[in-house]
Ligand binder design. Structure first.
Ligand SMILES: Cc1ncc(COP(=O)(O)O)c(C=O)c1O
Length: 348
């Protein structure tokens, strides 16, 4: 299917191999050594987050499982706590347990942000507490900085590491007055993704202190992640750092304008009502299968990709989808998005 415009930064023209190669050609010069881009990327992430060390990984899945493994070995504890909808638990086939022998302790309500009181209910020794910023699967909600500080302090006071699932940390920071180093300072380890807001191909970086990251490098090799020629992934991510990183607030403002148009229109509504980051959810009064079919027909008829997939709802008459505003979504006027959504039932 020929996708010409996309509301999601995970698909569409900007991710086509041809477009990526064109942009890459501007960055890779005859003087570029294969190891340069990865080193530059690691240094840049460490610097941006104010952490002493950072390490490239081919995926966030590997980076986060490694971080937990290291925290567990150094504490001789085998459980970690996190939100019930943590990516580690929902999307990784329990890799933490199958590969690393760790246990996940879900805390709090699956449809709300984790709280300090939720953490206080945990009575087993934890190797780590994982906090995802923003909490993607509940519409990209963010805890306040004070809540975050209290929760990470609780982790450390109880002998656990505080780990940040910062797949969308660049986006999350737009919801705080705090700087990236201020946010990162609350955590022992921070993982960031290279292909969400940065629109890279794939890849991740794990940042922390020298000792933790040194230990993580051992596990990265064991897991087959110490790939020497990762320069294409790193180079595209560096492009994203140059082009996308300075525009995160613009992405958030556009997300807020789109959400306002959808809510004013009234056919659908968003959560949160006012997005705290460039990521939010749209709730539709349509069954999931119908919404999916309508979006496919829309893409076939117009080349517009409205969303990647529809999410089910406990009420089968309703569903939702995620919007993640990046450069592609800036092409859409807020009113146009509201009208496209209102028109979905006519495309079933
Ligand atoms: C919140 C979150 N954490 C971790 C990951 C895992 O990243 P990767 O796809 O690089 O393994 C993702 C990927 O979508 C994610 O959304």
């Amino acid at each position: 299917m020929d996708i010409r415009r996309s509301l999601s930064n995970h698909s569409g023209p900007r991710r086509s191999p041809h477009e990526l190669l064109r942009r890459l050609a501007e960055r890779v010069t005859p003087d570029t050594n294969p190891e340069d881009p990865v080193r530059e990327l690691e240094e840049r992430v460490a610097d941006l987050l104010g952490k002493p060390a950072a390490l490239f990984f081919p995926s966030g899945t590997m980076a986060q499982q490694t971080a937990l493994r290291v925290h567990a070995e150094r504490r001789n504890r085998h459980a970690f706590a996190g939100h019930p909808q943590s990516h580690l638990h929902v999307w990784e086939n329990q890799g933490y347990s199958a590969v690393h022998g760790l246990r996940f302790h879900p805390v709090g309500d699956r449809n709300a942000l984790l709280t300090l009181d939720d953490l206080r209910t945990v009575k087993e020794p934890l190797a780590a507490v994982v906090i995802e910023l923003p909490q993607r699967d509940i519409g990209g909600l963010l805890p306040t900085f004070t809540d975050l500080a209290e929760q990470t302090r609780w982790a450390r006071e109880n002998g656990a590491a505080a780990h940040c699932d910062g797949a969308r940390l660049w986006e999350a920071q737009t919801g705080y007055d705090a700087t990236l180093p201020e946010l990162a300072s609350l955590f022992d380890t921070v993982y960031v993704s290279l292909y969400k807001g940065l629109e890279g191909v794939r890849g991740a970086v794990l940042a922390g202190d020298e000792e933790t990251i040194g230990h993580a490098a051992v596990w990265r090799r064991r897991l087959g992640g110490a790939i020497v020629d990762a320069w294409p992934l790193a180079s595209v991510a560096l492009l994203g750092m140059d082009e996308n990183l300075p525009r995160m607030r613009e992405f958030k403002s556009h997300a807020q304008a789109i959400a306002r148009a959808i809510n004013d229109d009234g056919f659908a509504h968003t959560t949160p009502e006012t997005p705290q980051t460039p990521v939010f959810h749209v709730h539709l009064p349509m069954p999931k299968e119908e919404a999916q079919r309508a979006a496919e027909n829309l893409a076939g008829d117009t080349g517009i990709k409205l969303f990647l997939y529809a999410r089910s709802n406990p009420d089968p008459r309703r569903c939702s989808f995620e919007v993640s505003v990046g450069i592609s979504a800036l092409e859409f006027a807020p009113r146009e998005v509201a009208e496209l959504i209102r028109g979905l039932p006519s495309r079933v």
